[in-house]
Ligand binder design. Structure first.
Ligand SMILES: Cc1ncc(C[n+]2csc(CCOP(=O)(O)OP(=O)(O)O)c2C)c(N)n1
Length: 321
């Protein structure tokens, strides 16, 4: 496998990042109109991570997600209509409208599920990787989690087990500097989460998480090693969320200057600039892609809004007892 990026791949990545951006902006808007039950954690600003990683995966590879999972779903190929319908609590959604924003799963595309429990995706990823190994497939698993989650016991136990059993996992730490309102430096004496890889004898790298090409290349390398039976890698992607932790958080704890610095590093602006500078796309072609993405999002909203809500008597269906 090579790490070369074709023009088609770059354009595909741009299209996905734009879809996630517009999707999340729309969810933000719908929440303000009181149309979204529960809360939401937006992926705005972190698009390059999910897209860079998922572009290096095959359709039958797996991912595990977090409370901030819409971007992961879309990057892995989830249906926008069903994703939007689930967020709006509609019967046509992935969980029939009974799971909402933080519980979307689609086994057909290898999306093992989002979870509201911080750090809970890591052991699930290890289980999926063990299953792939026992079944003798070449499937691998990408496991997304935040830097806050890397202080949970599950992070250490999961990486230790995956390393010891040489399991095909890419542990992807989305380091957006804050766990809710807690800055990393207040709770960790290290700057790079990737340093923790050494404790488990696996490779650990830190990449610019707002540079989709850097994320893709690191993921492709890790995916190749995992597929060859060489075990897991920890990739730390330094990134930043454009909004607060959840919809109700104005993020006043972040210094204005820091926010402004990160806004300059917006992953979509940067990719756009790269596409223009390398003459991969013209301004006009970019606008065309943006228009197509807007149309898809509008269709998803229409689909979701016109879908029925689940009946109260369905509440006890699809559950384990
Ligand atoms: C086990 C557990 N502890 C605490 C919480 C409350 N909580 C929800 S999100 C969050 C912060 C997570 O931060 P991080 O893992 O860095 O992800 P990010 O939100 O930055 O993407 C916390 C503490 C929870 N949902 N689950």
């Amino acid at each position: 496998m090579t790490t070369s990026l074709t023009k088609e791949k770059l354009i595909e990545m741009f299209g996905k990042m734009i879809e996630i951006r517009f999707f999340e902006e729309k969810v933000f808007e719908l929440y303000a109109q009181n149309l979204v039950p529960g809360t939401i954690h937006l992926y705005l600003g972190e698009e390059a991570v999910a897209v860079g990683v998922c572009t290096a995966l095959n359709k039958d590879d797996y991912i595990t997600s977090t409370h901030r999972g819409h971007g992961h779903c879309i990057a892995k190929g989830a249906d926008l209509n069903r994703t939007m319908a689930e967020i709006l609590g509609k019967k046509t959604g992935y969980c029939k409208g009974k799971g909402g924003s933080m519980h979307i799963a689609d086994f057909n595309i290898g999306m093992m599920g989002a979870t509201a429990v911080v750090g809970a995706g890591l052991p699930i990823a290890v289980g999926a990787a063990l299953s792939a190994k026992l079944r003798n497939t070449s499937q691998i698993v990408a496991c997304f989690f935040g830097e806050g989650a890397s202080n949970q016991g599950t992070f250490h136990e999961s990486i230790n087990m995956a390393a010891t059993w040489c399991l095909p996992v890419i542990f992807v730490c989305e380091n957006n500097l804050y766990a809710m309102g807690t800055r990393q430096s207040r709770v960790m004496a290290i700057e790079n989460i990737s340093d923790r890889a050494a404790a488990y004898g696996i490779p650990g790298v830190t990449v610019d998480g707002n540079d989709v090409i850097a994320v893709y290349k690191a993921s492709q390398k890790a995916a190749g090693q995992a597929r060859k039976g060489e075990g897991p890698t920890l990739i730390e992607c330094k990134t930043y969320r454009l909004k607060g932790h959840s919809r109700v958080d104005p993020a006043k704890y972040r210094p204005k200057q820091e926010v402004e610095e990160w806004l300059k590093k917006d992953p979509i602006k940067r990719l756009k600039q790269h596409l223009i500078e390398t003459k991969t796309l013209t301004e006009q072609e970019i606008q065309q892609i943006e228009k197509q993405a807007q149309t898809k999002i509008e269709e998803a909203v229409k689909f979701a809004m016109e879908s029925p809500t689940p009946n109260p008597e369905e509440a006890l269906e699809d559950i384990y007892a």
